[in-house]
Design a protein around this ligand. Structure first.
Ligand code: C5J
Length: 239
């Protein structure tokens, strides 16, 4: 039963159907909006991808990020990458395929997909505030070998608004991990992107199919429409 009359509840117009969320138990999770995926010379391009395909997600994410900041929502950014000694990078990942540069090799933005290098950092348009949480992850999913579950439990989070890149890889993996851990996930359709537009479409379909087998999918406009408008909203601001 939907009950948007409670002040912390809101209903997002989503697929496969509307989803009611308690905003005070909801976090925005922005997946891997890193220069290594978004810009020429990074990990994504070394794999042979056209990185310009991902640019379309930046503005929708920026709009939701601004609203989340205005309302005091918990904001979590993730970054895929590895320690400089590659001790957290499985050989099966490093050795895979025939990229022009491998993980750890020197590239135009520093060593490919290595923590602390320029390419590993988040793009300036979506740069985290000091108050926001940044989760460094060695895998595709944001729960594997990270402190994410502890953060979500600490803040009493039950629902995740998920966006970022790429739709079918790190976004999908994280949503599947979150779903198995009991979180309601709403994936922001235009706030995700893939190097392969058809994988983006299928990645979203896989989430919302079968009555929302992994979660819900909504546009940034629908999410913004449902979000409380400012930090002045009572019982919204986090202590
Ligand atoms: C990939 C990611 N595609 N963030 N990582 O390797 O989706």
């Amino acid at each position: 039963m939907l009950n948007s009359s409670k002040p912390t509840l809101g209903v997002i117009s989503a697929e496969p159907g509307p989803i009611e969320l308690d905003w005070s138990a909801t976090a925005l999770v922005i997946i891997d909006m890193q220069r290594d995926f978004m810009e020429p010379g990074g990990f994504g391009e070394t794999l042979g991808n056209d990185v310009s395909q991902l640019a379309r997600a930046v503005k929708p994410i920026g709009a939701v990020l601004k609203a989340a900041r205005d309302t005091g929502m918990l904001v979590i950014h993730t970054r895929e990458g590895h320690l400089p000694d590659l001790s957290d990078a499985p050989p099966a990942k490093v050795e895979r395929g025939a990229p022009s540069l491998r993980i750890g090799d020197p590239g135009p933005m520093g060593r490919i997909l290595i923590r602390g290098e320029a390419g590993h950092d988040i793009i300036p348009e979506l740069y985290p505030l000091d108050s926001e949480i940044v989760i460094d992850k060695p895998g595709k999913g944001a729960f594997y070998a990270t402190e994410l579950i502890d953060v979500l439990e600490k803040y009493g989070i039950e629902n995740l608004l998920v966006c970022g890149v790429t739709t079918e890889v790190c976004v999908n993996t994280t949503v599947r991990e979150a779903n198995d851990r009991g979180y309601r996930c709403v994936v922001i359709s235009d706030g995700c992107a893939s190097y392969f537009p058809e994988f983006h479409e299928m990645g979203l379909k896989m989430i919302k199919a079968q009555g929302g087998i992994f979660g819900w999918v909504a546009s940034s406009a629908a999410v913004l429409e449902a979000m409380p408008s400012s930090r002045s909203t009572p019982c919204w601001a986090r202590p």
